[in-house]
Ligand binder design. Structure first.
Ligand code: SF4
Length: 571
């Protein structure tokens, strides 16, 4: 069974920007926050906003306080002015592509041009655009309405950004022939068009198409219509609970796409439930999938990776090839990661719905296993030397206090820091430091390691861990924002974070080349350099292609750490 996730599935740029803006405002301010009208047509997102205390304002009161967010569709300028006059601070989240159309209309309206908008006059975007036409705006939704329009001396013609391209081409042809003096602008947003083209292609190459998104969402409904017009069996669902899995069983290939207002967590939940359900029907593939899923959810794969990396770092430092430090690293990383996942259930509900359910269900057992594992790690460190013991003890306490509210609420406003976790960007950097210490410094403290090789081992481990953590932070950006976490990708932005990861991985490879010149055996340097090289290829691939399922992607990245130990053991 083949499952393909559409590259264009989920929030478009304008919707993502509006959701990010309202969440950032809610996370940074104690003031009441409203959206002017429903932010988007998706019940799960609207529910999530309510849990964050973000209410909806449908009419403008005479007086008000707090912030009001104007959604991606935009509003007429008089309504924006009325919101400000009432006393609200306005956050204008109008999509830049809609702003472009508003600018065109305003510019020509000021010169006396009439405005013709191809779009539905009741749609909020069109209502907003009409507000810029200085009372001389006209809408058309069908070809037969064109001859009935008054003939203007000068006019501009624009389209609602989500308009059908083929229909707008006919409109343009009409004006070119009958009103050549009119200025016609191409204002349809490419996002809608690309989404429809992709669903057409997926429907032609798959047996069934599942379209995920709100029933009130116009673009999701259109996507389902496009899929229905093809030979594939198309289903429009709002949540995964609506899927008829018995009907899916007969198909050999299924494509999953989603409207521009469907959040990632609904798409992720649908994909993983469909994959799990279908894999169950194939004994071998199903067993492999379940093992991968278990290793990832429990963090056993990550712990094994930490052990492998520690072994590789010990080989770089020319330390005796014992496995005790690898075992300490495994126990420490396992313990900290499980405890962190338990504290991250809120953001995991949006990033990793499956894992959130798993941690809620087995909370007690996981807590006991994590604490025992942490204790066993500290004991093993004690057997290797007093210094190792103290370092690991301090790191364990820091790890445990990462999520605890150290500063009381009365001393802090919403924007201020109460936990270590609240320090912007701290997660990626602290995980990198902790792994670097446990995999390369700890094995060195009670031995006579050469400082230069300790530094090489530390930087190598830190480079890999930073890249892996920052990459998963990018994947989790939507849920982290909802939970109010300020991870590195939230601070830097997705694109800059990808660039940073690429530089860090290249620097890690260059580090090994330098280590070879400084005396590290060529084969060891070369084999270890292959791991950041592989991560670089995987991350660049996932950056461009989102069609791989979350479990497969996570499994491949986490397995890279196992390779470090394998490479070191070859020699
Ligand atoms: S569909 Fe296009 S114009 Fe509309 S909000 Fe999304 S990016 Fe902006």
């Amino acid at each position: 069974m083949k499952i393909t996730i559409a590259k264009t599935a989920g929030f478009c740029m304008g919707v993502r920007r509006a959701v990010d803006m309202v969440l950032d405002a809610a996370n940074q301010s104690d003031a009441p926050i409203y959206t002017y009208g429903p932010l988007i047509h998706n019940p799960q997102v609207l529910e999530m906003l309510e849990t964050k205390g973000i209410s909806r304002l449908d009419t403008i009161p005479e007086k008000g306080t707090g912030m009001v967010l104007i959604r991606a569709h935009g509003v007429p300028p008089e309504e924006e002015a009325a919101l400000k006059k009432a006393g609200f601070t306005v956050i204008n989240a109008t999509c830049p592509r809609v702003v472009l159309v508003q600018v065109i209309i305003r510019k020509y309206a000021e010169k006396g041009y009439a405005t013709i908008i191809v779009g539905d006059e009741n749609h909020p975007e069109v209502k907003g655009l009409l507000g810029y036409a200085r009372g001389n705006g006209h809408t058309v939704t069908a070809m037969d309405q064109l001859p009935a329009l008054p003939v203007f001396e000068n006019a501009v013609v624009v389209a609602q950004t989500t308009q059908n391209t083929a229909f707008y081409d006919e409109i343009k042809a009409f004006f070119a022939e009958h009103r050549p003096q009119y200025k016609v602008f191409d204002t349809i947003c490419g996002s809608t068009e690309r989404r429809q083209q992709e669903v057409r292609h997926l429907a032609a190459t798959h047996d069934a198409v599942i379209v995920v998104g709100g029933r009130q969402s116009g673009n999701t409904r259109r996507l389902a219509q496009v899929a229905e017009e093809t030979r594939a069996v198309a289903t429009h669902i709002e949540t995964v609970s609506e899927i008829d899995f018995t009907a899916l069983a007969g198909f050999r290939s299924i494509a999953i796409t989603a409207g521009a207002s469907t959040p990632n967590w609904v798409i992720t939940d649908t994909c993983s439930r469909v994959a799990r359900h279908l894999e169950h029907q194939r004994p071998v593939a199903g067993a492999i999938f379940r093992i991968q899923d278990f290793l990832l959810k429990t963090n056993l794969l990550l712990a094994l990776g930490a052990g492998s990396l520690t072994y590789a770092c010990s080989v770089v430092q020319q330390l005796p090839r014992t496995l005790i430090h690898a075992a300490i690293a495994m126990l420490y990383v396992f313990s900290m990661q499980v405890l962190n996942n338990m504290f991250a259930i809120k953001s995991d509900t949006y990033n990793h719905p499956d894992r959130a359910v798993f941690y809620r269900r087995h909370r007690l057992v996981l807590a006991l296993v994590a604490l025992s594992s942490g204790g066993a790690g500290v004991y093993l460190a004690y057997t290797t030397g007093v210094m190792s013991f103290f370092i690991l003890l301090v790191m364990s306490f820091l790890g445990l206090s990462y999520n605890l509210k150290i500063i009381p609420r009365r001393w802090s406003s919403k924007q201020q820091i109460r936990r270590i976790k609240d320090i912007p960007g701290s997660k990626t950097l602290l995980i990198t430091m902790a792994w670097g210490i446990v995999t390369s410094i700890l094995p060195a403290v009670d031995t006579r390691s050469v400082p230069v090789w300790v530094a090489v081992a530390f930087l190598y481990a830190a480079g890999l861990v930073f890249s892996r953590t920052a990459f998963f932070d990018i994947v989790a950006i939507q849920g982290d924002r909802i939970a109010g976490r300020e991870t590195l990708p939230i601070l830097l932005g997705k694109e800059k974070s990808f660039v940073l990861i690429r530089y860090v991985l290249i620097a890690t490879m260059v580090l090994l080349a330098g280590a070879w010149l400084a005396g590290l055996p060529f084969l060891l340097s070369f084999l270890l350099a292959l791991v950041p090289g592989l991560m670089l290829v995987l991350i660049c691939f996932f950056e461009k292609d989102s069609q791989v399922s979350g479990t497969q992607m996570e499994f491949m990245i986490e397995s890279s750490f196992l390779l470090t130990g394998v490479m070191a053991a070859i020699l």
